[in-house]
Design a protein around this ligand. Structure first.
Ligand code: SF4
Length: 406
Protein backbone atom coordinates (compact mmCIF):
# COMPACT_ATOMS: atom_id res chain seq x y z
CA UNK A 1 0.00 0.00 0.00
CA UNK A 2 1.66 3.26 -1.09
CA UNK A 3 1.12 6.51 0.82
CA UNK A 4 -1.16 9.00 -0.99
CA UNK A 5 0.70 11.72 -2.86
CA UNK A 6 0.44 15.28 -1.63
CA UNK A 7 0.61 17.74 -4.53
CA UNK A 8 2.27 20.36 -2.29
CA UNK A 9 5.32 18.08 -2.03
CA UNK A 10 5.96 18.45 -5.75
CA UNK A 11 6.85 21.19 -8.18
CA UNK A 12 3.88 22.64 -10.02
CA UNK A 13 5.07 22.88 -13.64
CA UNK A 14 5.09 26.57 -14.63
CA UNK A 15 3.33 25.85 -17.95
CA UNK A 16 0.29 27.97 -18.71
CA UNK A 17 -2.21 28.79 -21.47
CA UNK A 18 0.06 31.25 -23.27
CA UNK A 19 3.49 29.80 -22.49
CA UNK A 20 3.76 26.03 -22.37
CA UNK A 21 6.04 23.06 -22.98
CA UNK A 22 3.83 21.66 -25.73
CA UNK A 23 1.21 22.56 -28.35
CA UNK A 24 -0.89 20.14 -30.38
CA UNK A 25 -1.48 20.15 -34.15
CA UNK A 26 -3.83 17.78 -36.02
CA UNK A 27 -3.27 17.92 -39.79
CA UNK A 28 -5.53 14.92 -40.45
CA UNK A 29 -8.24 12.81 -38.89
CA UNK A 30 -7.39 9.78 -41.07
CA UNK A 31 -5.91 6.87 -39.20
CA UNK A 32 -4.64 3.46 -40.29
CA UNK A 33 -5.52 1.71 -37.01
CA UNK A 34 -8.47 1.39 -34.73
CA UNK A 35 -7.70 2.00 -31.04
CA UNK A 36 -10.40 1.15 -28.53
CA UNK A 37 -9.49 4.14 -26.39
CA UNK A 38 -9.34 6.73 -29.20
CA UNK A 39 -11.46 9.83 -28.72
CA UNK A 40 -11.19 11.06 -32.35
CA UNK A 41 -14.13 10.19 -34.61
CA UNK A 42 -13.38 8.25 -37.79
CA UNK A 43 -16.65 9.42 -39.39
CA UNK A 44 -15.84 11.57 -42.46
CA UNK A 45 -12.07 11.69 -41.93
CA UNK A 46 -10.20 14.33 -43.90
CA UNK A 47 -6.77 15.75 -44.49
CA UNK A 48 -6.43 19.49 -43.93
CA UNK A 49 -4.73 21.42 -46.73
CA UNK A 50 -1.26 22.76 -46.07
CA UNK A 51 -2.73 26.27 -46.17
CA UNK A 52 -5.20 25.36 -43.37
CA UNK A 53 -2.43 23.87 -41.27
CA UNK A 54 -0.22 26.90 -41.93
CA UNK A 55 -3.05 29.14 -40.67
CA UNK A 56 -3.22 27.06 -37.47
CA UNK A 57 0.53 27.39 -36.99
CA UNK A 58 0.19 31.15 -37.38
CA UNK A 59 -2.55 31.17 -34.74
CA UNK A 60 -0.21 29.30 -32.39
CA UNK A 61 2.57 31.78 -33.17
CA UNK A 62 0.29 34.68 -32.35
CA UNK A 63 -1.23 33.27 -29.17
CA UNK A 64 1.11 30.80 -27.54
CA UNK A 65 4.78 30.13 -26.94
CA UNK A 66 5.82 26.48 -26.69
CA UNK A 67 8.92 24.32 -26.84
CA UNK A 68 7.59 21.62 -29.13
CA UNK A 69 4.73 21.02 -31.50
CA UNK A 70 3.11 17.59 -31.24
CA UNK A 71 1.95 16.61 -34.72
CA UNK A 72 -0.90 14.21 -34.14
CA UNK A 73 -4.19 13.17 -35.75
CA UNK A 74 -5.52 10.69 -36.88
CA UNK A 75 -2.11 9.37 -37.70
CA UNK A 76 0.17 12.11 -39.04
CA UNK A 77 2.24 9.68 -41.09
CA UNK A 78 -0.72 9.11 -43.44
CA UNK A 79 -0.90 12.87 -44.02
CA UNK A 80 0.36 13.38 -47.60
CA UNK A 81 2.39 16.52 -46.71
CA UNK A 82 3.94 15.25 -43.48
CA UNK A 83 7.57 15.85 -44.52
CA UNK A 84 6.85 19.41 -45.64
CA UNK A 85 4.82 20.00 -42.46
CA UNK A 86 7.66 18.84 -40.21
CA UNK A 87 9.98 21.19 -42.09
CA UNK A 88 7.59 24.14 -41.61
CA UNK A 89 7.16 23.41 -37.90
CA UNK A 90 10.95 23.28 -37.49
CA UNK A 91 11.45 26.48 -39.55
CA UNK A 92 8.90 28.29 -37.38
CA UNK A 93 10.99 27.47 -34.32
CA UNK A 94 9.25 24.52 -32.64
CA UNK A 95 10.64 21.04 -32.03
CA UNK A 96 8.49 18.81 -34.28
CA UNK A 97 7.31 15.73 -32.38
CA UNK A 98 5.43 13.13 -34.45
CA UNK A 99 2.73 11.31 -32.45
CA UNK A 100 2.09 8.12 -34.38
CA UNK A 101 1.09 4.50 -34.06
CA UNK A 102 4.17 3.76 -36.21
CA UNK A 103 2.36 1.52 -38.72
CA UNK A 104 3.41 3.71 -41.67
CA UNK A 105 6.97 4.32 -40.46
CA UNK A 106 9.87 2.73 -42.27
CA UNK A 107 13.52 3.69 -42.27
CA UNK A 108 13.50 5.71 -45.57
CA UNK A 109 10.57 7.82 -44.29
CA UNK A 110 12.29 8.26 -40.94
CA UNK A 111 15.41 9.59 -42.67
CA UNK A 112 13.30 11.96 -44.79
CA UNK A 113 11.67 13.26 -41.61
CA UNK A 114 15.05 13.57 -39.94
CA UNK A 115 16.34 15.69 -42.83
CA UNK A 116 13.20 17.84 -42.50
CA UNK A 117 14.02 18.41 -38.83
CA UNK A 118 11.95 15.95 -36.81
CA UNK A 119 13.00 16.20 -33.16
CA UNK A 120 11.22 13.22 -31.67
CA UNK A 121 8.53 10.59 -31.91
CA UNK A 122 5.88 9.53 -29.47
CA UNK A 123 4.66 6.09 -30.47
CA UNK A 124 1.19 5.11 -29.36
CA UNK A 125 1.39 1.36 -28.84
CA UNK A 126 -0.89 -0.61 -26.54
CA UNK A 127 -3.26 -3.56 -26.35
CA UNK A 128 -6.28 -1.43 -27.26
CA UNK A 129 -5.10 -1.71 -30.88
CA UNK A 130 -5.53 -4.42 -33.47
CA UNK A 131 -2.33 -4.21 -35.47
CA UNK A 132 -2.25 -5.86 -38.89
CA UNK A 133 1.38 -6.90 -38.59
CA UNK A 134 1.80 -7.54 -34.86
CA UNK A 135 -0.88 -9.46 -33.08
CA UNK A 136 -0.25 -10.06 -29.41
CA UNK A 137 -2.61 -9.82 -26.47
CA UNK A 138 -0.32 -8.37 -23.81
CA UNK A 139 1.70 -5.22 -23.23
CA UNK A 140 4.69 -7.45 -22.52
CA UNK A 141 4.27 -8.95 -25.97
CA UNK A 142 4.17 -5.43 -27.44
CA UNK A 143 7.52 -4.57 -25.88
CA UNK A 144 9.14 -6.29 -28.87
CA UNK A 145 7.37 -3.88 -31.20
CA UNK A 146 8.34 -0.91 -28.99
CA UNK A 147 11.95 -2.07 -29.17
CA UNK A 148 11.80 -2.29 -32.95
CA UNK A 149 10.88 1.42 -33.15
CA UNK A 150 13.34 2.44 -30.44
CA UNK A 151 16.15 0.72 -32.35
CA UNK A 152 15.08 2.33 -35.62
CA UNK A 153 15.33 5.77 -34.01
CA UNK A 154 18.61 4.81 -32.34
CA UNK A 155 20.01 3.84 -35.72
CA UNK A 156 18.90 7.15 -37.26
CA UNK A 157 20.61 8.93 -34.37
CA UNK A 158 19.70 11.56 -31.80
CA UNK A 159 15.90 11.55 -32.24
CA UNK A 160 13.89 11.58 -28.99
CA UNK A 161 11.96 8.36 -28.43
CA UNK A 162 8.79 8.19 -26.32
CA UNK A 163 5.99 5.66 -26.00
CA UNK A 164 2.50 6.23 -24.79
CA UNK A 165 -0.12 3.69 -23.82
CA UNK A 166 -3.78 4.11 -22.94
CA UNK A 167 -4.38 2.46 -19.59
CA UNK A 168 -7.64 0.92 -18.41
CA UNK A 169 -8.61 -1.89 -16.04
CA UNK A 170 -7.65 -4.11 -18.91
CA UNK A 171 -3.90 -3.41 -18.88
CA UNK A 172 -3.24 -1.50 -15.62
CA UNK A 173 -1.53 -4.55 -14.14
CA UNK A 174 0.93 -4.56 -17.05
CA UNK A 175 2.46 -1.17 -16.20
CA UNK A 176 5.24 -2.85 -14.15
CA UNK A 177 6.32 -4.90 -17.20
CA UNK A 178 6.49 -1.71 -19.29
CA UNK A 179 8.47 0.11 -16.60
CA UNK A 180 10.99 -2.74 -16.31
CA UNK A 181 11.31 -2.95 -20.06
CA UNK A 182 11.94 0.82 -20.27
CA UNK A 183 14.70 0.49 -17.65
CA UNK A 184 16.38 -2.23 -19.68
CA UNK A 185 16.38 0.07 -22.71
CA UNK A 186 17.12 3.42 -21.10
CA UNK A 187 19.77 4.08 -23.73
CA UNK A 188 17.07 4.13 -26.43
CA UNK A 189 13.87 5.14 -24.61
CA UNK A 190 13.60 8.62 -23.12
CA UNK A 191 9.97 8.72 -21.98
CA UNK A 192 7.03 6.45 -21.15
CA UNK A 193 3.57 8.03 -20.98
CA UNK A 194 0.57 6.33 -19.37
CA UNK A 195 -2.76 7.92 -20.35
CA UNK A 196 -5.72 6.84 -18.26
CA UNK A 197 -8.77 5.80 -20.26
CA UNK A 198 -11.82 8.06 -20.09
CA UNK A 199 -15.32 7.65 -21.46
CA UNK A 200 -18.70 9.27 -20.71
CA UNK A 201 -19.85 5.87 -19.42
CA UNK A 202 -17.30 6.15 -16.61
CA UNK A 203 -18.14 9.77 -15.76
CA UNK A 204 -21.07 9.06 -13.44
CA UNK A 205 -24.75 9.92 -13.56
CA UNK A 206 -24.84 13.18 -15.50
CA UNK A 207 -26.98 14.89 -18.10
CA UNK A 208 -25.19 16.66 -20.94
CA UNK A 209 -26.26 20.04 -22.33
CA UNK A 210 -25.17 22.14 -25.30
CA UNK A 211 -26.30 25.73 -24.78
CA UNK A 212 -29.18 24.68 -22.53
CA UNK A 213 -30.37 21.88 -24.85
CA UNK A 214 -30.10 18.36 -23.49
CA UNK A 215 -27.96 16.02 -25.59
CA UNK A 216 -27.95 12.24 -25.80
CA UNK A 217 -24.42 11.21 -24.98
CA UNK A 218 -23.33 8.23 -27.03
CA UNK A 219 -19.91 6.72 -26.63
CA UNK A 220 -17.33 7.58 -29.27
CA UNK A 221 -15.83 4.17 -28.83
CA UNK A 222 -16.93 1.08 -30.69
CA UNK A 223 -15.83 -1.15 -27.83
CA UNK A 224 -16.23 0.98 -24.69
CA UNK A 225 -16.09 -2.16 -22.52
CA UNK A 226 -12.30 -2.13 -23.04
CA UNK A 227 -12.28 0.79 -20.62
CA UNK A 228 -13.48 -1.43 -17.80
CA UNK A 229 -15.79 -0.55 -14.95
CA UNK A 230 -13.71 1.86 -12.92
CA UNK A 231 -12.36 5.35 -13.36
CA UNK A 232 -8.60 5.18 -12.91
CA UNK A 233 -6.61 7.93 -11.22
CA UNK A 234 -2.93 8.89 -11.33
CA UNK A 235 -2.45 7.19 -7.96
CA UNK A 236 -3.47 3.85 -9.53
CA UNK A 237 -0.69 4.16 -12.10
CA UNK A 238 1.78 5.32 -9.43
CA UNK A 239 1.08 2.18 -7.40
CA UNK A 240 1.77 0.01 -10.44
CA UNK A 241 5.00 1.82 -11.33
CA UNK A 242 6.16 1.25 -7.76
CA UNK A 243 5.61 -2.49 -8.16
CA UNK A 244 8.44 -2.43 -10.70
CA UNK A 245 10.44 0.41 -9.19
CA UNK A 246 9.77 1.00 -5.47
CA UNK A 247 12.02 4.08 -5.58
CA UNK A 248 9.65 5.84 -8.00
CA UNK A 249 9.01 9.40 -6.89
CA UNK A 250 7.41 12.14 -9.01
CA UNK A 251 8.96 15.56 -9.28
CA UNK A 252 6.32 17.75 -10.93
CA UNK A 253 2.64 17.95 -11.86
CA UNK A 254 -0.17 19.88 -13.41
CA UNK A 255 -3.29 20.13 -11.27
CA UNK A 256 -6.89 20.17 -12.41
CA UNK A 257 -9.07 23.17 -13.18
CA UNK A 258 -11.59 22.07 -10.52
CA UNK A 259 -9.26 20.38 -8.02
CA UNK A 260 -5.87 21.84 -7.11
CA UNK A 261 -4.88 18.50 -5.58
CA UNK A 262 -5.60 16.31 -8.61
CA UNK A 263 -2.63 15.09 -10.65
CA UNK A 264 -3.64 15.64 -14.24
CA UNK A 265 -0.03 15.40 -15.47
CA UNK A 266 2.45 13.75 -13.15
CA UNK A 267 6.10 13.77 -14.18
CA UNK A 268 8.99 11.74 -12.78
CA UNK A 269 12.56 11.46 -14.12
CA UNK A 270 15.02 8.82 -13.05
CA UNK A 271 18.70 8.20 -13.70
CA UNK A 272 19.53 4.72 -14.99
CA UNK A 273 23.18 3.68 -14.82
CA UNK A 274 24.69 0.31 -15.59
CA UNK A 275 21.16 -1.11 -15.84
CA UNK A 276 20.14 0.10 -12.36
CA UNK A 277 18.06 2.98 -11.09
CA UNK A 278 20.28 5.50 -9.28
CA UNK A 279 17.43 7.69 -8.07
CA UNK A 280 14.72 10.14 -9.06
CA UNK A 281 15.02 13.82 -9.90
CA UNK A 282 13.91 16.08 -7.06
CA UNK A 283 11.19 18.74 -7.44
CA UNK A 284 13.89 21.37 -6.84
CA UNK A 285 16.03 20.09 -9.72
CA UNK A 286 12.98 20.03 -11.98
CA UNK A 287 12.33 23.65 -11.06
CA UNK A 288 15.91 24.61 -11.89
CA UNK A 289 15.66 22.90 -15.28
CA UNK A 290 12.32 24.50 -16.19
CA UNK A 291 13.13 28.00 -15.05
CA UNK A 292 16.72 27.80 -16.32
CA UNK A 293 15.52 26.70 -19.74
CA UNK A 294 13.01 29.52 -19.83
CA UNK A 295 15.61 32.04 -18.75
CA UNK A 296 18.21 31.01 -21.30
CA UNK A 297 16.16 29.51 -24.17
CA UNK A 298 12.92 31.48 -23.70
CA UNK A 299 10.76 28.34 -23.38
CA UNK A 300 9.71 25.77 -20.84
CA UNK A 301 11.33 22.45 -21.70
CA UNK A 302 9.28 19.46 -22.78
CA UNK A 303 11.44 17.17 -24.94
CA UNK A 304 15.24 16.77 -24.83
CA UNK A 305 17.58 15.15 -27.34
CA UNK A 306 18.98 11.70 -26.49
CA UNK A 307 22.40 13.36 -26.58
CA UNK A 308 21.32 15.44 -23.57
CA UNK A 309 19.56 12.63 -21.71
CA UNK A 310 22.85 10.65 -21.70
CA UNK A 311 24.39 13.25 -19.44
CA UNK A 312 22.97 11.87 -16.20
CA UNK A 313 26.36 11.89 -14.46
CA UNK A 314 27.06 15.48 -15.43
CA UNK A 315 23.57 16.54 -14.35
CA UNK A 316 23.97 14.82 -10.98
CA UNK A 317 27.39 16.45 -10.53
CA UNK A 318 26.15 19.95 -11.41
CA UNK A 319 22.96 19.52 -9.36
CA UNK A 320 24.90 18.29 -6.33
CA UNK A 321 26.12 21.87 -5.80
CA UNK A 322 22.66 22.93 -4.61
CA UNK A 323 20.32 19.89 -4.56
CA UNK A 324 20.24 17.05 -2.05
CA UNK A 325 18.43 14.73 -4.52
CA UNK A 326 21.25 15.15 -7.05
CA UNK A 327 23.82 14.42 -4.35
CA UNK A 328 22.03 11.16 -3.59
CA UNK A 329 22.09 10.17 -7.27
CA UNK A 330 25.77 11.12 -7.53
CA UNK A 331 26.59 9.03 -4.47
CA UNK A 332 24.72 6.02 -5.92
CA UNK A 333 26.69 6.39 -9.16
CA UNK A 334 29.93 6.60 -7.13
CA UNK A 335 29.05 3.37 -5.29
CA UNK A 336 28.28 1.63 -8.56
CA UNK A 337 31.68 2.63 -9.99
CA UNK A 338 33.42 1.53 -6.78
CA UNK A 339 31.73 -1.90 -6.91
CA UNK A 340 31.90 -2.35 -10.69
CA UNK A 341 34.72 -0.23 -12.12
CA UNK A 342 33.87 -1.23 -15.70
CA UNK A 343 30.73 0.94 -15.29
CA UNK A 344 32.97 4.00 -15.50
CA UNK A 345 32.84 3.71 -19.27
CA UNK A 346 29.05 3.84 -19.36
CA UNK A 347 26.70 6.79 -19.67
CA UNK A 348 23.94 7.46 -17.12
CA UNK A 349 20.59 7.89 -18.84
CA UNK A 350 17.78 10.18 -17.75
CA UNK A 351 14.40 8.59 -18.37
CA UNK A 352 10.99 10.10 -17.66
CA UNK A 353 7.53 8.81 -16.84
CA UNK A 354 4.42 10.88 -17.40
CA UNK A 355 0.99 9.91 -16.14
CA UNK A 356 -1.93 11.76 -17.74
CA UNK A 357 -5.31 11.72 -16.04
CA UNK A 358 -7.83 13.30 -18.46
CA UNK A 359 -11.15 14.89 -17.52
CA UNK A 360 -12.85 14.01 -14.23
CA UNK A 361 -16.29 15.13 -13.10
CA UNK A 362 -17.07 16.65 -9.75
CA UNK A 363 -20.32 15.68 -8.03
CA UNK A 364 -21.74 19.14 -8.83
CA UNK A 365 -21.02 18.65 -12.55
CA UNK A 366 -17.83 20.70 -12.80
CA UNK A 367 -15.31 19.22 -15.21
CA UNK A 368 -11.79 18.85 -13.89
CA UNK A 369 -9.61 19.47 -16.95
CA UNK A 370 -5.80 19.73 -17.05
CA UNK A 371 -5.01 23.20 -15.77
CA UNK A 372 -2.56 24.70 -18.31
CA UNK A 373 -3.42 22.03 -20.87
CA UNK A 374 -0.30 21.19 -22.89
CA UNK A 375 -2.26 19.44 -25.66
CA UNK A 376 -4.15 22.53 -26.65
CA UNK A 377 -4.98 22.85 -30.35
CA UNK A 378 -6.48 25.34 -32.79
CA UNK A 379 -10.15 25.19 -33.77
CA UNK A 380 -11.72 28.03 -35.78
CA UNK A 381 -8.86 30.33 -34.79
CA UNK A 382 -9.22 29.60 -31.06
CA UNK A 383 -7.07 27.55 -28.70
CA UNK A 384 -9.10 24.64 -27.33
CA UNK A 385 -8.62 21.29 -25.56
CA UNK A 386 -7.71 18.71 -28.21
CA UNK A 387 -9.33 15.89 -26.19
CA UNK A 388 -12.77 17.49 -26.69
CA UNK A 389 -12.69 18.53 -30.33
CA UNK A 390 -15.54 16.14 -31.18
CA UNK A 391 -17.90 18.19 -29.00
CA UNK A 392 -17.07 21.29 -31.03
CA UNK A 393 -17.40 19.40 -34.30
CA UNK A 394 -20.75 17.84 -33.37
CA UNK A 395 -22.39 20.51 -31.21
CA UNK A 396 -20.44 23.68 -32.00
CA UNK A 397 -19.55 24.07 -28.32
CA UNK A 398 -18.26 22.20 -25.31
CA UNK A 399 -20.94 20.29 -23.42
CA UNK A 400 -21.92 21.20 -19.88
CA UNK A 401 -22.55 18.45 -17.35
CA UNK A 402 -25.28 18.54 -14.75
CA UNK A 403 -25.92 15.86 -12.13
CA UNK A 404 -28.83 13.74 -13.37
CA UNK A 405 -32.21 15.07 -12.32
CA UNK A 406 -30.91 18.41 -10.93
S1 SF4 B 1 -7.19 18.87 -21.02
FE1 SF4 B 1 -7.45 17.19 -22.49
S2 SF4 B 1 -6.20 17.82 -24.24
FE2 SF4 B 1 -5.51 19.00 -22.51
S3 SF4 B 1 -3.82 17.82 -21.66
FE3 SF4 B 1 -5.67 17.25 -20.53
S4 SF4 B 1 -6.41 15.42 -21.58
FE4 SF4 B 1 -4.95 16.42 -22.97
Amino acid sequence: MTAPLNHLDYYRLPWNYADNGISWLEPTTYCNLHCKGCYRSQVNPRHKSLDEVQAELETFKRLRRSDCMSIAGGDPLVYPHIVELVRRVRDLGWKPIVNTNGVALDYPLLMELKRAGVYGFTFHIDTSQKRPDFQVETETGLNDLRLRFARMLGQAGNIACSFNATISDHNLHEIPAMVRWAGEHARLVQTMVFILFRSPSLAGDFDYFAGGKRMEMTSLYEEPEWGGEDTLYAADAVAQIRVADPAYEPAAYLNGTARPDSFKWLLASRTVYNGKVMGYMSPRMMEVIQTGNHLFAGRYLSYARPRATRLGRLQALAGSLFDRGSRRILAAIGREIRDRPAALLQAAYIQSFMIIQPVNFEADGRQDMCDSCPDITVHDGRLVWSCRLEELNEHGRFLETVPHGK
